[in-house]
Write a protein that binds this ligand. Structure first.
Ligand code: ATP
Length: 469
């Protein structure tokens, strides 16, 4: 499926809508509908289980979106969190220069604005025509710095943003982790090495946002920062690299659709940086989904310097004070949700010449686990029993009741939203038909096979078949 098919599928089936649509939309922001929020919550819960609950040495936090503005001075975001922007003089398109240069075989990731301009000049000298990706014009401005921080003001009656009232909507969730590192040490029994995880919103004034929820100006990150003695950082980094790769595979991503990208040009504080990339066919190829970085002691040292608070750790075994190194895993929740949808959404040809759209997603991530249908909508006995089955199953699994349209249509609707099982209550279920009395049919999304299962066996059947996180 191409991107437009996925975008319209998401809107039509209540997964994702453009923001503020009745006002013409707000670029780079999306809203999640009833099925989208279930899917996104399931991806977040799967990550939390894998990163926090499965690891006694990792704890979670939920820090504020706003932080003391000095945070962003210390972290380097105010001075360096830039992309290089060029503009097309003809069609006025805003262009992210590093992405445009990829098309000319240049990896400009982490290039400064000066390096971008020099590269463009060199390409032009070599007679390469650098063109606007929108209209093809060669009339482009020079690249200039574009800071991605979203600025606002708090606690002041004036509308002006001044040095006194300025706040920034956080550009990454990990800064809230560094600022709480000492609180966690002082209020829990965690000792270095240990990790702190957080899921939450981040905001970036991205130059170009034309790739649906892959790149938005408001998004969610799932980040874990692991604090460790420098001697052990390499080992910990390898352990988390493997664990994070395995997580995507465990939840249904074909490993041949992923690859590692190792950054050659590193940020000055990083000693290693690897991205997990996913083959987003709908976006034209492999793209970053998650970054894993060895950040050394940069973050804590910077915050120690700017806050003047001691952030050293006393290691009773080594009998030394040191600033822990940080190993980071940083994944996008929206991007991750798009990965799972992209992988699972299929158009299938059926034997009777019809087609179905089916979201073959891991049942643990599926928005709805079981759909319950009365065979006919106008038979009170069927409705009554189906509602009873629904109420009983819904206690343990998120279920949906549907009595609208014929059964075939209801199956198609559930296939589209990825519901692994559909239960149909019919005249055998109520006992009006003697054959198979007291049973329902359970239809499997992937095989489309139907099983008859006794009403008194249903709880156990689903307990065996539906994996939980
Ligand atoms: P990119 O190169 O795609 O801009 P990045 O290297 O700036 O991403 P990080 O700062 O490492 O990204 O953020 C970690 C993760 O957060 C990314 O791997 C991605 O999944 C997610 N992410 C970052 N920016 C965005 C965005 N604008 N929209 C959606 N998700 C994002």
């Amino acid at each position: 499926m191409d991107l437009q098919d996925i975008v319209s599928f998401c809107k039509r089936r209540g997964f994702i809508y453009p923001s503020s649509e009745i006002y013409g939309g707000l670029p780079g922001v999306y809203d999640y509908g009833p099925y989208g929020i279930e899917l996104k919550n399931n991806v977040a819960a799967a990550w939390w289980k894998h990163v926090v609950h499965n690891n006694p040495d990792v704890v979670g936090i939920d820090s504020g979106i706003f932080m003391h503005p000095m945070t962003w001075k210390a972290s380097g975001h105010l001075d360096n969190f830039d992309d290089a922007q060029m503009d097309c003089k003809k069609c006025k398109a805003r262009i992210r220069a590093d992405i445009m240069l990829e098309k000319y075989g240049v990896n400009a990731d982490k290039f400064t604005v000066d390096e971008i301009n020099q590269t463009v000049q060199k390409l032009r000298e070599d007679k390469v025509q650098i063109k606007c990706p929108e209209c093809g014009s060669t009339e482009l401005t020079e690249a200039r710095r574009f800071n991605l921080m979203v600025k606002s003001n708090l606690g002041s009656p004036t509308e002006a943003i001044t040095d006194e009232n300025v706040v920034y909507a956080r550009a990454e969730t990990c800064q809230g982790i560094y600022l709480n590192y000492k609180n966690i040490l002082n209020s829990t029994r965690q000792k270095v090495p240990f990790g702190i995880a957080q899921i939450g919103k981040a905001f970036r004034n991205e130059i170009v946002v034309k790739q649906f929820i892959f790149r938005t100006r408001e998004f969610e990150q799932m980040e874990m920062q692991y604090f460790v003695h420098p001697d052990d950082a390499g080992k910990v980094f390898e352990r988390w690299r493997q664990a994070r790769w395995d997580w995507y595979v465990e939840f249904g991503i074909d490993p041949s659709h992923m690859r590692w990208y190792e950054h050659q040009k590193l940020a000055h504080y990083a000693s290693a940086a690897f991205d997990i990339e996913y083959d987003f066919q709908a976006l034209g190829g492999f793209r970053e989904v998650e970054g894993l970085h060895m950040r050394g002691d940069w973050d804590l040292s910077q915050h120690q310097k700017f806050s003047k608070e001691k952030l050293e750790y006393f290691d009773p075994v080594r009998n030394i004070n040191f600033i822990p190194n940080v190993v980071e895993t940083s994944a996008g929740l929206n991007r991750g949700s798009l990965v799972f949808m992209h992988e699972a959404l299929k158009e299938e040809q059926l034997p009777n010449d019809s087609k179905r759209t089916v979201l073959k997603i891991d049942p643990r991530l599926a928005p709805v686990k079981i759909a319950v249908f009365p065979l006919l909508a106008n038979k009170p006995a069927l409705i009554e029993l189906a509602e009873k089955v629904f109420r009983s199953l819904n206690k343990k699994h998120h279920c949906e009741f549907d009595d609208n349209g014929n059964i075939g249509k209801r199956y198609r609707r559930q296939d589209e939203i990825g519901t692994p099982y559909c239960v149909t209550v019919d005249f055998s279920s109520t006992g009006e038909q003697a054959e198979n009395a007291g049973t329902v049919t359970i239809r499997n999304r992937d095989t489309m096979q139907q099983d008859r299962v006794g009403l008194d066996q249903l709880d156990q059947w689903f307990a065996d078949k539906l994996p939980v996180l």
